[in-house]
Design a protein around this ligand. Sequence first.
Ligand code: PLP
Length: 396
Amino acid sequence: MRLADRMSSIGTETAFEAAARARALEATGRSVVHLEIGEPDFDTPANVREAAKRAIDGGKTHYPPFGGIPELRAAIAADSALRRGFEPDPADVFVTVGGKGVMYYAILALVNPGDEVIVPDPGYPIYESVTRFVGGTAVPIPIRQENDFRLDPDELASLVTPRTRLVVINSPANPTGGVLDRSDLERIAEIAIRHDLVVLSDEIYSRILYDGAEHVSIAALPGMAERTIVLDGFSKTWAMTGWRLGYGIVPGWLGHGFGRLLINSVSGATSFAQWGAVEAISGPQDEVDAMVAEFRARRDLVVDGLNALPGVRCLRPAGAFYVFPEISGTGLDGATLADRLLNEAGVSVLAGTAFGTVGANHIRLSYATSRENLAEALRRMATVLEPLATVGAGPR
Ligand SMILES: Cc1ncc(COP(=O)(O)O)c(C=O)c1O
């Protein structure tokens, strides 16, 4: 038996594998604090759960329209008008199985073999994986701590070639928490227009912002709606990871192809889950506000705690629920440190290399877990890092 050739180019998301490793260790009786998976620990708000239950009991258990139920497409369009300042035609909104679905369809629909896709490094690994899967070339754009984990538009311009088709941006970002500001986005938009590029704007963390940071969608900038695919969803904002619901807002010219991909893959996202999502996006938002406030307190706890550890330098990101500290001062690289933290201290984090090559001296921690767990993780990390510092294992 043999696999199709293309299977040699598909990648993965290391977080799931790291979680499996951590659980295997737990199965041997060891205690593990999980900071590897980007999943809110909160329950989905009760009003959202109730809406989905009502939908099941009300018979909303049949195939939905492939692009999503009209009520949800309209609610997403209205939310976009409110939060992004641009109101798409509901017909250009496609409800997908997870925000990930948008990534997959966008790249399948746009990238020919040999085409180039500019992806953030460090960045969410699936952009690169799917690009390679369809025969494209992922061109990494370095995202540096020195630049507050913001993409440098001049560097972006220097990477564009006649083969460039798509640019992926992600703000707030996984794994860094970095946020692009309006001027960054204006410059990226100018490059996209000048070179006739499409932008995949992954805005899945756009509701999780701190300290007054503003979410600007590149799709709302002049001339950009017709060349931007917005990716957003329900997993992070409303703690709905298991519902598997996301959405894309696509330019009119892409809608037909996008719909065909949906029909060819999943026929549409789960109908009663979509009714829950209508309530999530248009019902009361106080639980979202409370979750974001709690994430902010956790961010401060984790950033302050990490910066108190020897050899660790951690920025205070303005969005998402990740930190991406630089750890070369420990004398170890990110992969070695991640292994040692798991095996010696029972703290599961990801190596920076799970997100590209630029983050080799970083680790990623998700702080979507309780303050108690975070405090315990920091205490355990100190037991590994303090002895390294005393033996002078590396520059401080
Ligand atoms: C940057 C980014 N985009 C998209 C996704 C996918 O989210 P979903 O659970 O909606 O598929 C994730 C999930 O971790 C993410 O971090």
